[in-house]
Design a protein around this ligand. Structure first.
Ligand SMILES: [Zn+2]
Length: 234
């Protein structure tokens, strides 16, 4: 055998140490939130330990940046973003299939004793989409009215990499995943798209209009850049 694996502990992070006869230097890798340290077969463990202590900051940073985009596990207690809240998930074996919100908890009742990842993902996504259809439509109507905009229509749809769009004819689209963002952020996206009714570009006049209605827009943009990738179910 040319490879052996042990593990090292760095605070609460467990690091797999892989010894290999072919290896001459140490190498640190993070793959799927697993930290791997590859070292030469005969390297003393104390040196490996010192190496990871030196890299501690990098390891913590890299893991912290990765965690939010981690795939949903659909386990009890896992947190799901919904507007300004983070709802713990509670899967209950029951006589019916139903997803609902109760006491700040996202409850999935199911007749299936061990629902699969795909089933849970589908049920929860459907629930979010229903909430999005209702909430985004209401909020959009309210803000349009308050700010005196007359959009042609609103469609709520699924986008991979954008939050909304506004066509030349005044038809506006919003990404249903916004339902996972705080209310202020949703308002910003709605106002952004409404302002495109007057300026179909991102000119300084456009941003001037956005600022007029939403002075803190930079903060909202930063939030979306930082957390946007976490607004997803799978
Ligand atoms: Zn835009």
């Amino acid at each position: 055998m040319t490879k052996t694996t042990t593990s090292l502990q760095l605070d609460d992070i467990s690091i797999s140490v892989i010894r290999s006869k072919k290896r001459k230097t140490m190498a640190l890798q993070i793959r799927d939130d697993q930290v791997l340290l590859r070292i030469p077969a005969r390297l003393p463990m104390a040196l490996a330990n010192r190496f990871i202590q030196e890299k501690k900051h990098w390891i913590q940073q890299t893991l912290a940046n990765k965690t939010p985009s981690e795939k949903k596990q659909f386990t009890n207690g896992e947190l799901f973003r919904f507007l300004d809240q983070k709802l713990p998930l509670n899967i209950i074996f029951a006589k019916r299939n139903k997803v609902y919100l109760e006491n700040q908890t996202l409850i999935v009742e199911t007749k299936v004793s061990e629902p699969s990842y795909l089933q849970l993902s589908k049920w929860i996504t459907n629930w979010y989409r229903q909430q999005a259809d209702e909430y985004l439509a209401d909020r959009f109507a309210l803000i349009s009215k308050q700010l005196d905009f007359s959009p042609r229509s609103l469609t709520i749809k699924s986008y991979k990499a954008r939050w909304g769009s506004c066509a030349i004819n005044g038809a506006i689209q919003l990404n249903w995943k916004l339902i996972m963002a705080p209310v202020d952020i949703i308002d910003y996206v709605i106002i952004h798209e409404l302002c495109h009714l007057q300026h179909h570009n991102h000119s300084s006049q456009f941003w001037g209009l956005v600022t007029h209605f939403y002075p803190d827009y930079q903060q909202a943009r930063t939030w979306l850049k930082k957390h946007g990738h976490t607004l997803t179910i799978d």
